[in-house]
Design a protein around this ligand. Structure first.
Ligand SMILES: Cc1cc2nc3c(=O)[nH]c(=O)nc-3n(C[C@H](O)[C@H](O)[C@H](O)COP(=O)(O)O)c2cc1C
Length: 156
């Protein structure tokens, strides 16, 4: 069951978490794509859908942005309950009230095949244990920053 699971382009995969990443809301599309029953994801920490191919640095970057009140964009490979995987193009952001962050939200859509191919390459390089430089280009997409880092390693 290590196949890629795909889903319609119009799907909006949304989740909302508390500050500790426990899921408070999961949209019907997200629940379906993740392979869960209605409301089954609510109350779980978000790492229940983590895929082992995802490099740690991607999530450190996500958390660094969110905890500093900034949005984060990037490609994420997730694991379904049946063991298949699916790619998402994610836009995660903090939600604040009176200048205090009180929850986080991620809105995901189906990525292009080109972006999936690029992310696969870059994440494989990072997962080989090569420590990337600090991800210092906050206004670009994560895959672009990681591509630049991988290009440095390749000696370009
Ligand atoms: C709003 C939000 C959305 C997230 N979405 C995902 C996701 O789709 N997949 C994922 O593996 N982690 C996601 N995370 C990150 C997880 O909380 C977690 O950091 C990650 O799975 C790595 O697990 P670890 O922190 O236990 O190493 C999300 C976090 C937040 C706050």
């Amino acid at each position: 069951m290590h196949n890629e699971y795909t889903y319609p382009e119009h799907y909006n995969l949304i989740s909302i978490t508390d500050k500790k990443s426990y899921i408070k809301y999961s949209s019907p599309h997200f629940t379906e794509v993740a392979g869960y029953e209605k409301d089954q994801l609510v109350g779980s920490p978000h790492n229940v859908i983590r895929h082992p191919d995802m490099p740690k640095d991607a999530f450190s970057d996500l958390w660094k942005h969110l905890q500093n009140g900034k949005p984060w964009m990037g490609m994420v490979k997730n694991r379904r309950t049946d063991g298949q995987f699916y790619w998402v193009d994610a836009y995660a952001s903090p939600l604040s009230k009176d200048n205090q962050i009180f929850e986080y939200q991620s809105v995901r859509t189906l990525p292009s095949r080109e972006n999936v191919a690029r992310a696969e390459k870059v994440y494989q390089t990072l997962s080989k244990g090569r420590k990337p430089f600090r991800l210092m280009l906050p206004r670009t997409r994560l895959w672009l920053r990681l591509t630049m880092i991988a290009a440095c390693f390749a000696g370009l």
